[in-house]
Design a protein around this ligand. Structure first.
Ligand code: HEM
Length: 433
């Protein structure tokens, strides 16, 4: 248990009832005074408690520029209804539930049709909100799926929200790819993140079902240290600063060019990137450093001393060869190589156990192999000049590709945040009536 957890107010029976009352008001689109009180209580419970909650309402959704948490649980859903009203109702319920969950409160389903569901499972009681954020996204299928515009939203699909091209080397398994809706839970506790997704899945019963999920983690290296990925390298150094609003406007947030409902939102590209760790772990450190173009221990660019030293792509060694190799990851990803393209990466590692493999072909590898790697996630203002632009070259030439295979993923339009009383995506539905 962390200090944060110890300082968090416990969820009480009273809070639970208030939360239930709040959700019952979801159909009426505003929170009841009971729910509002529960929220106030959770949000105003003192300076200590404030450390464990991240704001839910606002111009932008949480979980994008929020300081990265130690755990994520990502879920993509398929919509199983043709009724536009049912989708709207779900988003309304999800928004109200998310506000409660992010404030550390349990949620309950108001009067279900023919049975009384159990209250929010108690497994969370006693845990804090753990800086939970819930980030909702819309997949292509919300607009048009299999040629059908199920909800009358087809003409409102943003121009920037293009289908991703097929990239060389990707092995995207359909069972781990796509989805009509996405929810990313991030928290400093894996049970809190998973619990939130379970509650949202419960609220979606009969309207949307889970298509695929992916859990991930980051070690806490402290606020001023860049976390390391499973390849042992610091991951996130070259990111634009989330404390620089101008950079975030330029790189992350959809602006005037986007439809009104997308402004203040972003586009998420996610990849489940399996890393051949068995192979990587047998490479010499010098080779690993050439692969990335950075030092393993310090994170400094090759040819420099410190992690934050500039990446000098023109530097040459005594033989005239580039110090940062031509096909190193950092050279291919650096803005100077790709006409200034930038993205905000928010990656987590994943570790899904090990599988048996048997190759009857040289080099005849047999035995157990880890299914572990990176949950690569990036946010951007326009995927055409972001992920697509960067990955076009990278997917063909990156030395890192010897070790990395994308086995699933998706592309989601992340609408702007909601103000209290509104639901996530409301402006899209209003624009299309
Ligand atoms: C398993 C997959 C990946 C791993 C392990 C990985 C790892 C890394 C590492 C260690 C760095 C250097 C430190 C840093 O600046 O954060 C880096 C930089 C970067 N990566 Fe990746 N990466 C992966 C996939 C991708 C993908 C798919 C993209 C985009 C299409 C990407 C874009 C970038 C960018 C933009 C930088 C910063 C370059 C700079 O400006 O210096 N990475 N990555």
């Amino acid at each position: 248990m962390t200090d944060h957890d110890r300082n968090e107010p416990r969820a009480t029976r009273r809070g639970f009832l208030a939360a239930t009352a709040g959700l019952a008001a979801v159909a009426g689109s505003t929170l009841t005074p009971g729910a509002a009180q529960a929220l106030d209580a959770a949000q105003g419970a003192g300076v200590e408690a404030a450390k464990t909650t991240e704001p839910f309402w606002g111009a932008h959704q949480g979980g994008i520029i929020t300081p990265i948490q130690t755990h994520t649980y990502f879920a993509a859903f398929d919509l199983a209804t043709d009724k536009r009203g049912a989708v709207e109702k779900l988003l309304r319920a999800w928004t109200a539930a998310a506000a409660l969950l992010c404030a550390g409160q349990p949620v309950d389903i108001p009067g279900a049709d023919d049975y009384e569901p159990a209250p929010d499972p108690s497994d969370l009681l006693g845990l804090s909100a753990s800086r939970l954020t819930l980030t909702f996204g819309f997949g292509a299928g919300l607009f048009v799926k299999d040629g059908r515009d199920r909800y009358g939203l087809g003409t409102h699909r943003p121009e920037a929200f293009v289908d991703l091209p097929n990239f060389p080397g990707e092995q995207l398994a359909p069972a781990r790819t796509g989805g009509d809706l996405s929810v990313q839970a991030c928290a400093d506790n894996p049970q809190v993140a998973f619990h939130a997704i379970r509650q949202l899945a419960r609220l979606a019963y009969g309207v949307a079902q889970i298509r695929w999920v992916q859990a991930g983690f980051n070690s806490d290296y402290g606020a001023n240290n860049t976390p390391r990925n499973l390849m042992g390298f610091k991951d996130g150094t070259g990111n634009p600063s989330t404390n620089d609003p101008k950079a975030m406007d330029a790189v992350v947030w959809a602006g005037e060019e986007a439809p009104a409902w997308m402004r203040g939102g972003s586009y998420l590209v996610i990849r489940r990137a399996r890393i051949a760790l068995e192979h990587w772990d047998r490479m010499k450190v010098a080779f690993q450093e050439q692969t990335f173009g950075r030092r393993k221990l310090s994170g400094a660019p090759l040819g420099a001393d410190k992690e934050l030293d500039p990446v000098d792509l023109d530097a040459k060694d005594a033989d005239g060869n580039p110090v940062i190799p031509e096909n190193s990851h950092v050279r291919l990803a650096h803005q100077a190589s790709i006409e200034g393209s930038r993205i905000l990466r928010r990656a987590f590692s994943y570790n899904d156990g090990a599988n048996f493999t048997a190759e009857r072909w040289p080099p005849w590898r047999q035995g157990m192999e880890f299914d572990a790697g990176l949950v690569f996630m990036c946010y951007q203002r326009d995927p055409r000049s972001g992920f697509i632009k960067i990955f076009e070259k990278m997917s063909r030439f990156d030395m890192m590709n010897q070790f990395v295979t994308n086995t699933g993923g998706g592309h989601f339009a992340i609408p702007g945040g909601a103000v209290e009383g509104e639901f996530i995506g409301q402006r899209l539905f209003e624009a299309s009536t």
